[in-house]
Design a protein around this ligand. Structure first.
Ligand code: ADP
Ligand code: MG
Length: 257
């Protein structure tokens, strides 16, 4: 990385803990949405989070990105506890990339501007450097020829690939995906999953909420099953899909497979 680039290298070696949640609890009013969550995601690991609607998967992602507060427990990213506010929070959001179900691109900015905005503002990159890198990333996700268009001129699948490029431009240490394909027309799902599969192969640490079981089988190192705010079981895709242990996991798999 060039010297004027405000990016911290990942400290964790491959296989070492990168995202660590220890006894995390969160309520929305009386509703206990995260119950004693212990979860360690290792550098380079791909963890798929599945579970019924309302089980707390989105809240888990949003809490890791500090879009939500939590009451007890600790969360560390690459050895650093989550900050409360201020500049450290902006840096955390850059270190922890997030891709949502709804692509959340800036409607009044071009595709290129969508990707360069964060690197220029948060990572303090120079405009030409940010644009060069953005074009590389847009090429990588296959939408570089759309760089001067606006989000509404692109298909859903293309917009979601731009959203991935935008996160990658911040050089995140970990990428969170919250049901990234569930708002897409069926024929566009694979073009997004293919980008995610290649990211996984390149060693990106990823936490992915998805019900795309083919992708989970292919890309996941580990599957985590959430139910009612708690992690009920976890294992390799083979262990979990072929031999779920709890009745709730069996019941859930029976409904989606
Ligand atoms: P999932 O992503 O697994 O469907 P969520 O994390 O979205 O689950 O939601 C977990 C629970 O928290 C649900 O009961 C949901 O209704 C509730 N919830 C989510 N966000 C809020 C909020 N901002 N305020 C109050 N309750 C919420
Ligand atoms: Mg959700």
């Amino acid at each position: 990385m060039p010297a004027d680039d405000d990016v911290a290298e990942v400290q964790a070696a491959p296989g070492e803990p990168l995202v660590v949640l220890d006894g995390v609890n969160k309520h929305f009013g009386d509703l206990h949405v995260l119950k004693d969550i212990d979860l360690t995601v290792h550098q380079g690991e791909v963890v798929i989070v599945i579970g019924p609607s309302g089980s707390g998967k989105s809240t888990l992602c949003r809490t890791i990105n500090r879009l939500e507060t939590y009451e007890t427990g600790t969360i560390t990213i690459d050895g650093v506890p989550l900050p409360d506010e201020g500049a450290d929070l902006a840096r955390l959001r850059a270190d922890v990339g997030m891709v949502f179900q709804s692509f959340n691109l800036f409607a009044h900015k071009t595709i290129l501007q969508n990707v360069t905005l964060g690197p220029i503002k948060v990572r303090k990159q120079k405009k030409d450097q940010a644009e060069e890198r953005a074009m590389e990333l847009l090429a990588r996700v296959g939408v570089d020829h759309q760089a001067s268009k606006y989000p509404a001129q692109l298909s859903g699948g293309q917009q979601q690939r731009v959203a991935i490029a935008r996160s990658l431009a911040m050089e995140p240490k970990v990428m969170l995906f919250d049901e990234p394909t569930s708002a897409l027309d069926p024929e566009m799902i694979n073009e997004v999953l293919d980008v995610m599969t290649s990211l996984a192969k390149e060693g990106m640490t990823m936490i992915v909420v998805t019900h795309e079981m083919g992708f989970a089988h292919k890309a996941a190192d580990r599957v985590v099953f959430m139910s009612d705010g708690a992690i009920l079981e976890q294992g390799t895709p083979q262990e979990f899909f072929d031999h779920p242990k709890t009745d709730r996991a069996k019941d859930f798999l029976g409904k989606i497979l």
